[in-house]
Design a protein around this ligand. Sequence first.
Ligand code: ATP
Ligand code: MG
Length: 232
Amino acid sequence: MRFPAPSPCGKTPLSAAGLTKSYGSLEVFSGIDLAIDRGSRVVILGLNGAGKTTLLRVLSGIERPDAGEVVQGHGLQLGYYAQEHETLDASQTVYENVRHKAPPKVSDAELRRILGSFLFGGERIDQLAGTLSGGEKTRLALATLVVSAANVLLLDEPTNNLDPASRGEVLKALHTYAGAIVLVTMILVLCRRFLPSMSFSCPMALRTLGAMTSATWSPSPDGPLIDADGVT
Ligand SMILES: Nc1ncnc2c1ncn2[C@@H]1O[C@H](COP(=O)(O)OP(=O)(O)OP(=O)(O)O)[C@@H](O)[C@H]1O
Ligand SMILES: [Mg+2]
C-alpha cells in the first residue's frame, strides 16, 4: 500500500519560536518552540481546554500568535483536519472527493486501493459524501488529506468519532503516509500506536522520546491522560 508522494520540502517544513497566545487574561501557552521535520510524527496531548486546538490553529496560520512566529519552511504544503470544518463536497461522491484532491497522475486503481484502506469498498465509493455518517465523513476527510500533495498534516482529534476498529484501520493507513503528521489526541493508546518521535504536552512541557511504546511510555507529569478505550 502506497500513498502518492507528498510534494518535496526542506528538512524542517514547519517550525515555531516563542509562540505565545492569550485570550483576555487567560494565557493559553507561552514561549513554545517547535520543529516539525520532514516525515516526522508529533503528538500533542492535553486535557480539554489545554490549548491543543489553539496551537494547531496558530501553526496553520488561521490564528495569529500574540508573540513569537511560525516559520514556514521551504516547500511547505499544509493539510489541516479540524472536526468543525467540513472540507468535503457534499454533492460529490466519495470517489470524486478524493479524485479532486489527488494529483492527476494517481491512477483510478490506486485511488480505489487508498479508499479501501480507509474502509470504503465496493459501492460505497459512489455514495454522495453528504449522505455519509459522521465517522465515514471523518475517514473520507483523512483520505483526501493523504492523497493530496500536502507534506505536513495537522490533525485535530481525527479519530474522535470513529469506532475502535475503524480507528485502528485509519491509524494503519496514516502510518503509510510519507509526510509529517502533527496529531492532537487524548487517547493514550493512539499515541503508542502512532510511534511519535516527539510528544508535546499542553500546557507547555516538551518531551522528546526515542520511540513511544507501551514499555517506555508513561503519562505526562503535567496531568492525567484519558486511558485506553478499547483500542489495543
Ligand atoms: N476565541 C476564543 N476566545 C476566548 N477564549 C478562547 C477562544 N478560543 C479558545 N479559547 C479558550 O482557550 C482555551 C484553549 O482552548 P482550545 O480549544 O485550544 O483547547 P483544547 O485543548 O483544544 O480543548 P479540547 O480538548 O476541549 O478540544 C480554552 O479555555 C478556551 O475556552
Ligand atoms: Mg480542541
